[in-house]
Design a protein around this ligand. Structure first.
Ligand SMILES: *Cc1c(COP(=O)(O)O)cnc(C)c1O
Length: 225
């Protein structure tokens, strides 16, 4: 499938989910997750009008950056080891996986500008998922005042792999409600206006519940090299 054909299907889905929720579809930004695919396929996504690309590994990011440079807006979406920060920090615009203070400290130290970060929250409380526990989000955000290069633009979650739409919806609602709580703190370094939630299998529900950035790999660019 051509990326542009997949994109037009996704855009229709965005339009209908937005309409259901009385939202403006332009509030929803698509991040094309290119971690599974080639540089050529990432280029095809850019040619189709995609602006935002997401990668989850240093190697993948750097290989694509070498060719595509600053044409896309770059998002780092995967769990991030502290020792890897140095290698990626100059190339990323957004980091979606801020989940511990030691990582905030390292981002602050290595960055020579403000980095737009999402605090990753383990909404579904699965053992295997990374992210801050929901009860700890507010305390965590408060502690980030020590690291001014870290700007909390929003919250991010990865919903569990399940067909249970009710459960998925509850996860997204919970993240939305936490976003409001963080916004309510009125911290200059944590405007928290964005919600990074929704992947290939659940982005419609995520949009209905307030997603502003959806991270789509399989349904947009595919999952095979
Ligand atoms: C791989 C990945 C995605 C995209 O997943 P698809 O199901 O292929 O759309 C989104 N977010 C994160 C954090 C990922 O690692």
């Amino acid at each position: 499938m051509l990326v542009k054909d997949n994109l037009s299907v996704i855009k229709q889905e965005i339009a209908s989910a937005s309409e259901k929720a009385n939202r403006n579809p332009e509030e929803v930004t698509i991040i094309a997750v290119t971690k599974y695919v080639t540089i050529e396929r990432a280029q095809e996504a850019l040619d189709a009008g995609i602006v935002h690309l997401g990668e989850n590994r240093e190697e993948g990011l750097l290989a694509k950056y070498e060719v595509l440079q600053d044409k896309p807006v770059w998002h780092f979406i995967g769990s991030l080891q502290t020792r890897k920060v140095k290698g990626i920090i100059d190339y990323v615009d957004y980091i979606h996986s801020l989940d511990r203070l030691s990582l905030a400290k390292e981002i602050h130290k290595r960055a020579n500008r403000t980095i737009k970060c999402f605090v990753q929250v383990n909404v579904s409380k699965e053992e295997s998922k990374h992210g801050i526990e929901p009860e700890e989000v507010i305390a965590f955000v408060n502690q980030l005042s020590e690291y001014p290069n870290v700007q909390v633009v929003g919250l991010m979650t990865m919903a569990p792999f399940t067909e249970d739409k009710v459960f998925l919806r509850q996860c997204f609602q919970k993240l939305k409600s936490m976003q409001e709580d963080v916004k309510g703190l009125q911290l200059a370094y944590a405007p928290c206006t964005e919600l990074s939630m929704g992947m290939s299998n659940d982005y419609s529900i995520a949009i209905e519940e307030g997603a502003t950035m959806i991270r789509i790999g399989t349904a947009l660019v595919g999952s095979e090299k």
